[in-house]
Ligand binder design. Sequence first.
Ligand SMILES: C[S@@+](CC[C@H](N)C(=O)[O-])C[C@H]1O[C@@H](n2cnc3c(N)ncnc32)[C@H](O)[C@@H]1O
Length: 366
Amino acid sequence: MIQAPTSQSFQNSLINEDETEKQAPFRTIYCGDARSLPNEISPNSVDLIVTSPPYWRKRDYGIKGQIGQEKTSEDYVAAIISALGEWRRVLRPSGSVFLNIGDTYWQKSLQGIPSLVEASARRAGWILRNRIIWVKKGGMPDPVKDRLAGRHEYILHFAINGYYYDLFGYAERYSLGQKGANPGDVWEITSQRNMGKHLAPFPSEIVERVITLACPHSVCHKCGKPRRRIVKRTAELDISRPQARRALEIAKEKNLTPEHIAAIQATGISDAGKARLVQNGTDRNSEDVRKLAAEAKVILGGYFREFTFAKRKSCGWTDCECGAPFEPGVVLDPFMGTGTTLDVAERMGRSSIGIDLDVSQVREVS
Ligand SMILES: C[S@@+](CC[C@H](N)C(=O)[O-])C[C@H]1O[C@@H](n2cnc3c(N)ncnc32)[C@H](O)[C@@H]1O
């Protein structure tokens, strides 16, 4: 085991918004097999696994026990599923796995490896939350003449129910153009060139995005519960939309109160049928709230909808009843390679654990 203390020098105001007093992050590296994690990593101790295993029949690392050189694609998929099973043991219930995986042409045909992994993982009880398409900008030239060059890979998000997710923080950072909108599952990221044995390090931006989305800043030291962002709707509208400007004019002319606006937001777009359940998720609005919403909807006509997509604001982070100190979220990369995941985790104030059969490629911590 190689251990190195980390500094918290990288203080980006957005990624470190949750400034809870907590222990300093750690960084630990083990030499070992991704399918049999060291006992030092306790059950329920990891918040996020982000990793890029060797793809099937792509690169021979020449190490005993390596994944990737199996005879058949089925054997390869079985190896990945066995690794996923082992990772589940150390993952907290609020944890996630983001697996960057590519496909392989074999005897002229694509093998559909990502779909095989998806199907087997679902059978093993994982929830597949997203199949993110990484569009590789600036990829290497491909000499092939009878098919199109491959320019994408997948990043599969597997989770267990109740996983931690900060879509608000992610959208603030990554939704270009329409601020706050859901930025979607296509990531255009320039491939990283690398020297040495590992010609396939993943770009740090992938890890940054994944950590922003799915690794808590702070976790209760005692029960392991993450602090989750509290987001509230405001009455603030996007005034670049003429409909929003008109909605505000009517609300002012007719003296609608903040309680009216809040009532519209609580009841949502429709009080009828299924939407009644979908819009506020509970259908537990009091009689008063429903009355205020109905009044406001009559006054505003169709413009009432504008208030249902008013801006949302981050108002803080949930606490934990334990009263125990908090510690930084823990990121694990079981196919660490050069250590991209660990470097990014450190910059973002998270603890990190790296595992690889060959730890000689890992970059020194400065
Ligand atoms: C695609 S590289 C990972 C690159 C890494 N994401 C980076 O940014 O450098 C795959 C790594 O898996 C390691 N590896 C192969 N089989 C393994 C196994 N069974 N357990 C752990 N590591 C393994 C290889 O040594 C290699 O470093």
